[in-house]
Design a protein. Structure first.
Length: 250
Protein backbone atom coordinates (compact mmCIF):
# COMPACT_ATOMS: atom_id res chain seq x y z
CA UNK A 1 0.00 0.00 0.00
CA UNK A 2 2.78 2.30 1.01
CA UNK A 3 4.70 1.42 -2.18
CA UNK A 4 1.68 2.36 -4.32
CA UNK A 5 1.45 5.76 -2.61
CA UNK A 6 5.12 6.37 -3.31
CA UNK A 7 4.69 5.40 -6.95
CA UNK A 8 1.72 7.75 -7.35
CA UNK A 9 3.65 10.62 -5.73
CA UNK A 10 6.62 9.97 -8.01
CA UNK A 11 4.36 9.92 -11.08
CA UNK A 12 2.73 13.20 -10.01
CA UNK A 13 6.14 14.83 -9.57
CA UNK A 14 7.22 13.63 -13.01
CA UNK A 15 4.09 15.06 -14.67
CA UNK A 16 4.52 18.40 -12.90
CA UNK A 17 8.18 18.78 -13.85
CA UNK A 18 7.55 19.84 -17.49
CA UNK A 19 5.01 22.43 -16.34
CA UNK A 20 7.47 23.86 -13.85
CA UNK A 21 10.17 24.03 -16.53
CA UNK A 22 7.80 25.81 -18.93
CA UNK A 23 6.80 28.25 -16.20
CA UNK A 24 10.46 29.01 -15.44
CA UNK A 25 11.17 29.56 -19.17
CA UNK A 26 8.17 31.87 -19.52
CA UNK A 27 9.19 33.85 -16.46
CA UNK A 28 12.73 34.13 -17.81
CA UNK A 29 11.45 35.32 -21.19
CA UNK A 30 9.12 37.83 -19.51
CA UNK A 31 12.00 39.11 -17.41
CA UNK A 32 14.20 39.40 -20.52
CA UNK A 33 11.48 41.37 -22.35
CA UNK A 34 11.04 43.69 -19.39
CA UNK A 35 14.81 44.24 -19.18
CA UNK A 36 14.96 44.83 -22.95
CA UNK A 37 12.08 47.32 -22.94
CA UNK A 38 13.59 49.11 -19.99
CA UNK A 39 17.23 49.18 -21.09
CA UNK A 40 16.82 49.83 -24.84
CA UNK A 41 14.16 52.52 -24.85
CA UNK A 42 15.03 55.08 -27.54
CA UNK A 43 15.45 58.44 -25.85
CA UNK A 44 17.99 60.44 -27.87
CA UNK A 45 17.87 60.91 -31.65
CA UNK A 46 20.37 63.02 -33.58
CA UNK A 47 19.30 63.68 -37.18
CA UNK A 48 21.61 64.88 -39.95
CA UNK A 49 18.97 65.48 -42.62
CA UNK A 50 20.97 66.49 -45.69
CA UNK A 51 19.80 69.40 -47.85
CA UNK A 52 16.38 68.23 -49.09
CA UNK A 53 14.53 67.41 -45.87
CA UNK A 54 14.14 68.97 -42.44
CA UNK A 55 14.81 67.03 -39.25
CA UNK A 56 11.08 66.81 -38.57
CA UNK A 57 10.36 65.47 -42.06
CA UNK A 58 12.96 62.74 -41.63
CA UNK A 59 11.54 61.88 -38.22
CA UNK A 60 8.00 61.58 -39.62
CA UNK A 61 9.12 59.38 -42.53
CA UNK A 62 11.27 56.99 -40.51
CA UNK A 63 9.45 56.55 -37.21
CA UNK A 64 6.35 54.70 -38.38
CA UNK A 65 6.21 51.53 -36.22
CA UNK A 66 5.53 50.95 -32.52
CA UNK A 67 8.80 49.02 -32.29
CA UNK A 68 10.69 52.17 -33.31
CA UNK A 69 10.53 53.21 -29.66
CA UNK A 70 13.43 50.82 -28.99
CA UNK A 71 16.95 51.39 -30.29
CA UNK A 72 17.91 47.86 -31.35
CA UNK A 73 14.62 47.21 -33.16
CA UNK A 74 14.64 50.60 -34.89
CA UNK A 75 18.24 50.28 -36.12
CA UNK A 76 17.65 46.73 -37.37
CA UNK A 77 14.44 47.67 -39.21
CA UNK A 78 15.84 50.73 -40.99
CA UNK A 79 19.23 49.24 -41.88
CA UNK A 80 18.12 45.71 -42.80
CA UNK A 81 14.39 45.12 -43.15
CA UNK A 82 12.65 48.29 -44.28
CA UNK A 83 15.29 50.47 -45.98
CA UNK A 84 13.63 53.86 -46.64
CA UNK A 85 13.34 55.19 -50.18
CA UNK A 86 13.25 58.98 -50.19
CA UNK A 87 13.31 61.24 -53.23
CA UNK A 88 16.77 62.79 -53.81
CA UNK A 89 18.30 60.56 -51.09
CA UNK A 90 21.03 58.03 -51.89
CA UNK A 91 20.82 56.20 -48.55
CA UNK A 92 19.97 56.59 -44.87
CA UNK A 93 22.38 55.32 -42.22
CA UNK A 94 21.23 54.69 -38.64
CA UNK A 95 23.92 54.13 -36.02
CA UNK A 96 23.29 53.10 -32.42
CA UNK A 97 25.70 55.13 -30.28
CA UNK A 98 24.54 53.71 -26.95
CA UNK A 99 21.60 51.64 -25.76
CA UNK A 100 19.29 54.69 -25.71
CA UNK A 101 20.67 56.82 -28.56
CA UNK A 102 20.93 56.76 -32.35
CA UNK A 103 22.33 58.97 -35.09
CA UNK A 104 20.40 59.19 -38.37
CA UNK A 105 22.45 60.43 -41.32
CA UNK A 106 20.84 61.17 -44.68
CA UNK A 107 23.10 61.05 -47.75
CA UNK A 108 21.86 63.18 -50.65
CA UNK A 109 22.09 62.08 -54.25
CA UNK A 110 24.62 64.09 -56.25
CA UNK A 111 22.46 66.25 -58.52
CA UNK A 112 23.95 68.44 -61.24
CA UNK A 113 20.97 69.67 -63.24
CA UNK A 114 17.42 68.95 -64.33
CA UNK A 115 15.24 68.84 -67.43
CA UNK A 116 11.51 69.48 -67.54
CA UNK A 117 9.61 66.55 -69.02
CA UNK A 118 5.84 65.98 -69.12
CA UNK A 119 5.12 68.17 -66.10
CA UNK A 120 7.96 66.77 -63.98
CA UNK A 121 11.59 67.62 -63.43
CA UNK A 122 14.10 64.89 -64.25
CA UNK A 123 17.30 65.26 -62.23
CA UNK A 124 20.69 63.94 -63.32
CA UNK A 125 24.17 63.69 -61.78
CA UNK A 126 27.58 64.74 -63.10
CA UNK A 127 27.84 61.50 -65.07
CA UNK A 128 24.59 62.30 -66.88
CA UNK A 129 22.70 59.54 -65.07
CA UNK A 130 19.02 60.16 -64.33
CA UNK A 131 18.86 59.87 -60.54
CA UNK A 132 15.31 60.96 -59.71
CA UNK A 133 12.25 62.91 -60.79
CA UNK A 134 9.79 65.14 -59.00
CA UNK A 135 6.89 67.46 -59.67
CA UNK A 136 8.73 70.15 -57.71
CA UNK A 137 11.81 72.11 -58.72
CA UNK A 138 14.82 71.97 -56.41
CA UNK A 139 16.35 75.29 -55.47
CA UNK A 140 19.90 75.81 -56.68
CA UNK A 141 19.72 73.22 -59.48
CA UNK A 142 19.89 74.68 -63.02
CA UNK A 143 17.12 73.84 -65.46
CA UNK A 144 18.49 72.82 -68.86
CA UNK A 145 16.56 74.16 -71.86
CA UNK A 146 16.83 73.92 -75.63
CA UNK A 147 17.71 70.23 -75.76
CA UNK A 148 15.90 67.36 -77.49
CA UNK A 149 14.74 65.19 -74.61
CA UNK A 150 12.33 62.39 -75.36
CA UNK A 151 12.32 60.46 -72.10
CA UNK A 152 14.49 58.79 -69.51
CA UNK A 153 15.08 55.65 -67.48
CA UNK A 154 16.18 56.08 -63.88
CA UNK A 155 19.72 54.86 -63.44
CA UNK A 156 20.51 55.30 -67.15
CA UNK A 157 22.24 58.20 -68.99
CA UNK A 158 19.99 61.01 -70.16
CA UNK A 159 20.04 61.74 -73.87
CA UNK A 160 20.23 65.46 -74.69
CA UNK A 161 19.74 64.81 -78.38
CA UNK A 162 23.06 66.13 -79.71
CA UNK A 163 26.60 64.67 -79.44
CA UNK A 164 28.94 66.41 -77.02
CA UNK A 165 26.22 68.58 -75.52
CA UNK A 166 26.41 67.01 -72.09
CA UNK A 167 30.17 67.56 -71.91
CA UNK A 168 29.61 71.26 -72.60
CA UNK A 169 26.85 71.39 -70.01
CA UNK A 170 28.96 69.67 -67.37
CA UNK A 171 31.91 72.00 -68.03
CA UNK A 172 29.71 75.05 -67.52
CA UNK A 173 28.10 73.68 -64.36
CA UNK A 174 31.49 72.81 -62.86
CA UNK A 175 32.81 76.30 -63.67
CA UNK A 176 29.72 77.88 -62.08
CA UNK A 177 30.33 75.90 -58.90
CA UNK A 178 33.99 76.87 -58.86
CA UNK A 179 32.98 80.55 -59.07
CA UNK A 180 30.20 80.13 -56.47
CA UNK A 181 27.53 81.02 -59.01
CA UNK A 182 24.09 79.47 -59.26
CA UNK A 183 22.28 79.55 -62.60
CA UNK A 184 18.51 79.45 -62.70
CA UNK A 185 18.70 77.91 -66.15
CA UNK A 186 21.16 77.03 -68.91
CA UNK A 187 19.72 77.39 -72.40
CA UNK A 188 21.14 75.99 -75.65
CA UNK A 189 20.28 77.71 -78.92
CA UNK A 190 19.91 76.08 -82.33
CA UNK A 191 23.69 76.37 -82.86
CA UNK A 192 24.37 75.21 -79.29
CA UNK A 193 25.08 78.80 -78.21
CA UNK A 194 24.72 79.11 -74.44
CA UNK A 195 22.62 81.62 -72.49
CA UNK A 196 22.11 81.53 -68.72
CA UNK A 197 20.09 83.44 -66.15
CA UNK A 198 21.79 84.25 -62.85
CA UNK A 199 20.04 86.35 -60.24
CA UNK A 200 17.70 87.85 -62.83
CA UNK A 201 20.57 88.74 -65.17
CA UNK A 202 20.88 87.25 -68.65
CA UNK A 203 24.39 85.94 -69.34
CA UNK A 204 25.21 85.27 -72.99
CA UNK A 205 28.20 82.95 -73.46
CA UNK A 206 27.76 81.97 -77.09
CA UNK A 207 29.74 79.03 -78.48
CA UNK A 208 33.39 78.28 -77.72
CA UNK A 209 35.72 75.39 -77.03
CA UNK A 210 36.52 76.42 -73.44
CA UNK A 211 34.14 78.42 -71.28
CA UNK A 212 36.44 78.99 -68.31
CA UNK A 213 37.59 82.48 -69.35
CA UNK A 214 34.00 83.67 -69.84
CA UNK A 215 32.50 82.09 -66.73
CA UNK A 216 35.42 83.22 -64.56
CA UNK A 217 34.64 86.83 -65.48
CA UNK A 218 30.91 86.80 -64.66
CA UNK A 219 31.40 87.72 -60.99
CA UNK A 220 33.70 90.69 -61.73
CA UNK A 221 31.25 91.93 -64.36
CA UNK A 222 28.28 91.70 -61.94
CA UNK A 223 30.23 93.39 -59.14
CA UNK A 224 31.06 96.37 -61.35
CA UNK A 225 27.40 97.08 -62.22
CA UNK A 226 24.97 99.30 -60.28
CA UNK A 227 21.84 97.70 -58.81
CA UNK A 228 19.49 96.32 -61.45
CA UNK A 229 19.22 93.47 -63.93
CA UNK A 230 21.29 93.32 -67.09
CA UNK A 231 22.17 91.47 -70.25
CA UNK A 232 25.84 90.62 -70.01
CA UNK A 233 27.12 89.65 -73.45
CA UNK A 234 30.31 87.58 -73.28
CA UNK A 235 29.96 85.99 -76.70
CA UNK A 236 32.94 87.85 -78.14
CA UNK A 237 35.00 87.87 -74.94
CA UNK A 238 38.46 86.36 -75.50
CA UNK A 239 42.05 86.71 -74.29
CA UNK A 240 42.56 89.34 -77.00
CA UNK A 241 39.20 91.06 -76.62
CA UNK A 242 38.36 91.89 -72.99
CA UNK A 243 35.37 94.10 -73.75
CA UNK A 244 31.99 93.02 -72.35
CA UNK A 245 28.78 94.34 -73.86
CA UNK A 246 26.35 95.24 -71.05
CA UNK A 247 22.86 96.67 -71.35
CA UNK A 248 19.81 96.83 -69.07
CA UNK A 249 17.52 93.85 -69.28
CA UNK A 250 14.17 94.90 -70.67
Amino acid sequence: MRRNDENEELAANKSAAPLIIRLIVLLALAAAVIVFLTCFKLENVEIRPGSHYTEEEIRQRLFTKKTDAYTVLFVFRINKLDVPKLTFVEKVDVEMTDRNSVIIEVHDKAITGCIEHMGSFVYFDREGIAVDSSSSRLEGIPLVKGVEFGGYTQGKPVDLGRPGLFDTLLEIIMLLGKNKLTADDICFGVRDDVTMHIGGNEIQLGVCENYDLKVNNINPALAALPEGTYVIDLRNYTENNREIDVRPLE
